[in-house]
Write a protein that binds this ligand. Structure first.
Ligand code: HEM
Length: 227
């Protein structure tokens, strides 16, 4: 699951290098992120909100505690939300946009949930530090907190992502997000830059969360056989 996080960040920003073991993957991921200690436009930084929203992490953690206590399945939803946001046009919160043709209209986003919780956290942050924090910089830390809350490591993630100014089409989501029927060779090529071990381990994210029968029934039974 931790590896997933890495992949996410990978797909959203820069590349990552190696590891298979979960924690190593995450660590690699983090190391692959641009380390900038000054705040420059279009660059991520570990102290991006040091002056503009110093309590960002505390606010997010406080808000999430309430969400997690009310809904123990929420961490899985947040982790997948990050993957699906970052995989399509980068980590730009475009998955929060709604229109008849936006990426949420793609069948690949079936089962995506908890978007409203991101909006709620955004509202709280607008009171704390108006106009400072992008929704993209909420989705990623929320996934990070979801990983640690469910027993994973505490990951340091640089911030400074910008929200999208365009609405990606559902066609882009169709092209970039894998279907549940994806064959092994295709999902290995999907995670470019990762080894086979990393590609497989990242799917360990699915030890967390829920799925619908219709997405796996085709792998369980031969549709031509009826008993
Ligand atoms: C080949 C790549 C992948 C495929 C084909 C895939 C497919 C799926 C499918 C079909 C579901 C169930 C949706 C439902 O029935 O409601 C699901 C759920 C989930 N996926 Fe993936 N996924 C992939 C990669 C990833 C990655 C890289 C991550 C995280 C980094 C991830 C995290 C999750 C999580 C946490 C859930 C549970 C969501 C929930 O409980 O709401 N997946 N995925």
């Amino acid at each position: 699951m931790l590896q997933l996080l890495a992949v996410l960040i990978l797909s959203c920003r820069r590349k990552m290098e190696r590891p298979f073991p979960l924690i190593l993957l995450i660590a690699t991921l983090v190391m692959a992120m641009p380390l900038s200690f000054g705040v420059e436009e279009n660059q991520l930084s570990y102290n991006y909100y040091m002056f503009s929203c110093p309590n960002l992490e505390t606010v997010i953690q406080k808000e999430l505690l309430r969400v997690f206590l009310l809904n123990p399945t929420a961490p899985a939803a947040f982790l997948r939300l990050m993957f699906h946001d970052c995989q399509v046009q980068g980590c730009d919160a475009s998955i929060l946009l709604d229109s008849e043709t936006s990426e949420m209209a793609s069948s690949r986003n079936f089962g995506i949930r908890m978007r409203e919780a991101i909006s709620n956290i955004k509202s709280t942050l607008e009171e704390e530090c108006p106009g400072q924090v992008s929704c993209a910089d909420i989705i990623v830390p929320v996934a990070k907190e979801s990983v640690s809350y469910t027993g994973g490591p505490q990951i340091q993630i640089p911030l400074g992502r910008k929200d999208t100014k365009t609405t990606p089409s559902f066609k882009e989501a169709d092209a970039k997000l894998p279907p549940p029927s994806i064959p092994v060779d295709e999902f290995i090529s999907l995670f470019k830059g990762m080894s086979i071990e990393e590609s497989v381990s990242i799917l360990g994210a699915h030890t967390l969360g829920v799925g619908h029968c219709l997405n796996i029934v085709g792998r369980l039974y031969d549709p031509t056989q009826r008993t």
